[in-house]
Design a binder for this molecule. Sequence first.
Ligand code: PMP
Ligand code: GLU
Length: 394
Amino acid sequence: MKTARRMEAIKPSATIAMNVKAKELKAEGKDVLSFAVGEPDFPTPDNVVEAAKRAMDAGETKYTAASGSNELKAAICEATQRDLGLSYEPANVLVSNGAKHSLMNVAEVIFDEGDEVVMFSPYWVTYPVQAEFVGAKPVVIETSGEDDFQPDLEQVRAAVTDRTVAILLNSPCNPTGAVYAPETIEGIAQIAVENDLTIVSDEIYKHIIYDDAQHVSPAQVSDEARAQTLIVDGVAKTYAMTGWRIGWIVGDAAFIKRAGALQGQATSNPNSIAQAATIEALGGPQESVAEMTAQFELRRNFVMERLAEIPGVTCATPRGAFYAFPNVAEHYGRELAGRKIGGSLDMAEYLLDKALISLVPGEAFGAEDYIRISFATSMEELDEGLKRLKAALA
Ligand code: PMP
Ligand code: GLU
């Protein structure tokens, strides 16, 4: 069957693919441990599940406004005020089917063919794919584990051309766990303001943050920066609600109106019951967020201790999110179990076949020297998985 040329840009998400592979092997009876997907292992908090049940009983099972219910938009405004100290109106909010859908809406609404978008590698797998799908060109600035994956502002300045339309930020970062320094966010915001660029700030991990790291949104930097920032967020990570599919964009009302019109022709409203549950997630008790984050931090510490014991592996300390992104390039060129390890893909395949651990090759994030380990999984699994990793690299 004929498919459109633009589909050439779409390749399957590597994070999802590795997870599916692990599940298939498990179904065959293999004792595979999966550290591939970024999905909290905790259940969705009870108060949220109860709110969904109440919504169903109350008949909140019909269409809402295509851009999301007014009640949820108001709850998102309140949460944004509480978390960032910024006041927005419901007209500044578009609720979509997960943050991934929010980001696709952004790409479709702001990019013309040939526009450039500055982003940082290691990047989340989906960013360049969405940009390319709509004909935009990702301009990638590399960051390195040696600098804790912090972007260099001079490089950002140098990357801006007259085709640049946007800068895409993700702090805390998937896959590195880097939290950008406040000065870095300020510097990027300034460059965006000077060059009239949209800042797309994916803040989906902003509540999952460790040590004394501080989340700063570019929208907090100045009124001008705020006017040019689209904040993308969602419930998936913060409230262990990956399957509920609610994400949102907060920003310029004219942009939101256009994106809402697109959504009204593409998907209509996100699930009404999930929207009702999200009101409870955002406005109800927040203790579960702190409890889950405390558990993630213990696991982060454990993973870092164990990785430090593996020769030829170095890892910048993640300050947020729930991924470790170790550099394993010293092992490239080795022959392990009769196969030559040429790069991150060979490494991930070798670890899956021989050690029965599933993780994502750095290549998928534009960073060939690394592999990504999600620690959103139990201590027992991490303990066993890291033993297997160490043995497999010995
Ligand atoms: N942004 C980042 C950086 C992510 O890791 C994810 C994970 N899925 C998303 C966006 C999308 O989240 P959602 O499940 O809400 O679509
Ligand atoms: N964002 C998660 C990850 O990076 C979930 C998978 C996906 O949506 O790609 O693993």
